[in-house]
Design a protein around this ligand. Structure first.
Ligand SMILES: Cc1ncc(COP(=O)(O)O)c(C=O)c1O
Length: 399
């Protein structure tokens, strides 16, 4: 039975809870940097499943790994060992500061794991009264009850109170503000290296160095939420590498397995050893299917030199976007790192997003006036030219 766009939209509204403000498009297939809707219309995908499809759609290597794995084993319990989980953990350990990995299924779940690990480590080493975590104003760490409590945005918590205690909010990029938030109860500082959902906000190199020193001096754990910035998005495999420092705990999800649900808590040994059997678990966490996709993703990023491509395409894109900014005063600022890019505008950008959509370009809106642009890391100049041409035509119409 072939359903029309309207049938599928109606069925979704009837049967799926109303938690998303969806765009009126029913997507059916994807290839590389493009997706197609059920009517055969093609879109250039600079949304990338919200920073998940870093290798574009249907990457042959990921598809091959999934097809091969699914014929052997999809899932067993974490009460057994599997080779793909061991191999992905080893790849992550070899590619980062971390010594150990815990696998789960999503970004919020990875952050929950990081918070549990930080609290347990602190209780074991410094006693019961050191449990508070400083997070950043405007941050986003996910939608579980714990993570709406951790996120520094009041609007996420509204209606769900009482939220989880133990989080204190400080201004992002402001080391003095963070010092003011510290008390004898503080055990860790948790932040996104670039605030994604908060509007693609970047902090200075100095801020990160001072933050690392502050954590060392006060024996606080530094937790980086790299759910969005990880897996090459900023031109480094992990965004912390841009600042010549490393955290004690890092969380990953989104791009880690190219769309197969996965999350990871990565930590140094001295922290990770706080966890013992019985402390934390996830039924699906790091199952054979997800981790085989993760291995293929990491190998592809390295072998296809996608970090180099990300940096080169980023320079090209920023140049083009800055020329658009000169032409159209409604663009206030072009900012970001690598292929995590924002156009901060002087007005709500939903109409601009819809006009781009009609012309075949998928973008995203954050914080009302910010267009977030997330091309896949496989992007080529011709895709960027196509996106710039569409944006140019849209800005001409709205200016
Ligand atoms: C920085 C950051 N952390 C956590 C999350 C939550 O991830 P998930 O939706 O997989 O739970 C997101 C999602 O956008 C994110 O951007």
């Amino acid at each position: 039975m072939k359903s029309s766009t309207q049938d599928i939209i109606d069925c979704t509204h009837q049967c799926v809870m109303n938690t998303y403000a969806r765009l009126p498009v029913v997507l059916e297939k994807g290839k590389g940097a493009y997706v197609w809707d059920v009517d055969g219309k093609r879109y250039l995908d600079f949304f990338s499943g919200l920073a998940v499809n870093n290798l574009g759609h249907q990457h042959p290597r990921v598809n091959y790994a999934l097809a091969r794995q699914i014929q052997k084993l999809t899932h067993v319990s974490n009460l057994f060992y599997t080779a793909p989980q061991a191999h992905l953990a080893q790849l992550l350990v070899r590619s980062s500061f971390a010594d150990k990995v815990f696998f789960c299924n999503s970004g919020a779940e990875a952050n929950e794991g990081a918070v549990k690990l930080a609290r347990l480590y602190s209780k074991k080493n410094f006693g019961d009264n050191r449990y508070e975590i400083i997070t950043m104003i405007n941050s986003f760490h996910g939608r579980t009850l714990g993570m709406i409590s951790a996120s520094g945005q009041e609007r996420l918590r509204k209606g769900f109170e009482p939220v989880m205690p133990g989080f204190v909010y400080a201004p992002f990029g402001d080391i003095e503000g963070i010092k003011k938030a510290m008390t004898a109860r503080t055990c860790a500082i948790m932040l996104e290296p670039i605030q994604g959902e908060g509007g693609v906000r970047v902090a200075s190199d100095d801020f990160f160095k001072e933050l690392r020193d502050l954590c060392h001096e006060n024996k606080l754990l530094l937790i980086f939420d790299e759910v969005q910035t990880g897996m090459g998005r900023t031109g480094r495999l992990f965004a912390y590498e841009n600042y010549d420092i490393s955290p004690d705990i890092m969380t990953l999800a989104k791009g880690l397995a190219s769309g197969v649900p996965i999350g990871a808590v990565c930590a140094r040994d001295f922290v990770a050893e706080a966890f013992e059997p019985g402390h934390h678990a996830a039924t699906f966490g790091g199952n054979a299917l997800a981790t085989s996709a993760g291995i293929a993703t990491l190998e592809t990023i390295k072998e296809e030199k996608l970090l180099e491509n990300c940096l080169e395409m980023s320079r090209y894109f920023f140049e083009k976007l800055n020329s658009l900014k000169k032409q159209y005063p409604l663009i206030q600022e072009v900012r970001g790192k690598g292929l995590l890019i924002a156009l901060d505008c002087d007005r709500p950008v939903k109409p601009i997003l819809n006009m781009c959509l009609a012309k075949g370009l998928l973008l995203n809106v954050v914080q009302e006036k910010v267009l977030r642009i997330l091309p896949p890391l496989i992007v080529k100049k011709k895709h960027i030219d196509e996106a710039i041409d569409i944006m140019n035509r849209v800005f001409q119409e709205v200016d």
